[in-house]
Unconditional design. Structure first.
Length: 276
């Protein structure tokens, strides 16, 4: 079973708790929604799943129903005892930790692989958590995250899309991402002011740009600089960072703007001659 709206309200009342605005807590109260997320995540018997921001355990229960081995991470120390009680008997392991600073090797095992991350992420930390997992937790091969719709569009955007930006390029460096569904505000308690969406992210076997050709600091430094002045042509926004002749070497028009370049083009530009 999973949690209904009445269950969520009862759990909070019984423990004298209320959703934390500071932590961006919005609890899913619709069993169909959490089962849909578990289904889209493609997890099943014996799969290893880490859930970030487990809250009161509604999604945790749906993931455990599939037969997956679930590690549920929750930051709020007041919720952890409630969450532990909710998932008791399901086999899910509850860990109190902050996903922005925890040691992923310690949590998942430094020689492990084949983990999936499934989460209803707080809107204010969704992008940093996704990027940190991609950068620091190679054990996680797949992610299915529910985030604010605008954030979802940014994570999955490609060149030319209105939402395309520096985070989009960083995601594309490590993985492929796509929108796989929308979630109405009505399934949450309390009800947020925005719509949510589901993003499926699959890690690439190797980064889209060969690290032997250009290091990540160089690549993402250029990307940040380009998008910081996204209305300018790259020959202006990257002045002093990319030598003029590097554009032709990389096959990138100097008149292009940041949102026109895919991650591979950014890689060629970063690997080409540098300005001083």
């Amino acid at each position: 079973m999973t949690l209904s709206r009445a269950d969520v309200r009862r759990l909070l009342a019984d423990h004298g708790l209320r959703p934390s605005r500071a932590l961006g807590q919005h609890f899913v109260t619709d069993p169909n929604t959490v089962r849909r997320i578990a289904r889209l995540a493609g997890v099943g018997l014996g799969d290893r799943v880490v859930e970030v921001g487990a809250g009161l355990g509604s999604l945790t229960l749906a993931l455990a129903e599939t037969g997956a081995d679930v590690v549920a991470v929750e930051l709020d120390r007041h919720l952890v005892p409630v969450l532990t009680g909710v998932v008791e008997g399901t086999g899910a392991v509850v860990v109190q930790a902050d996903a922005l600073v925890l040691d992923w090797d310690d949590l998942l095992g430094d020689d492990a692989s084949g983990w999936s991350l499934v989460a209803n992420l707080p809107y204010n930390v969704a992008t940093p958590i996704v990027l940190r997992v991609l950068e620091e937790a190679p054990q996680v091969g797949r992610l299915l995250v529910m985030v604010q719709r605008e954030v979802a569009e940014r994570l999955a955007a490609g060149p030319g899309d209105p939402a395309y930006g520096a985070p989009s390029v960083r995601v594309a460096y490590y993985a492929t991402a796509s929108l796989v569904g929308r979630v109405p505000a009505s399934v949450f308690y309390p009800r947020p002011a925005v719509e949510s969406a589901l993003v499926a992210i699959a890690r690439r076997p190797e980064p889209a740009v060969d690290p032997a050709l250009v290091d990540e600091d160089r690549l993402f430094g250029l990307v940040r600089a380009g998008f910081a002045q996204r209305r300018k042509m790259l020959r202006r926004s990257l002045e002093g960072l990319v030598a003029p002749e590097a554009f032709s070497e990389a096959g990138v028009p100097p008149t292009a703007r940041a949102e026109e370049l895919g991650v591979e083009a950014w890689g060629r530009l970063a690997a080409a001659g540098r300005g001083g």
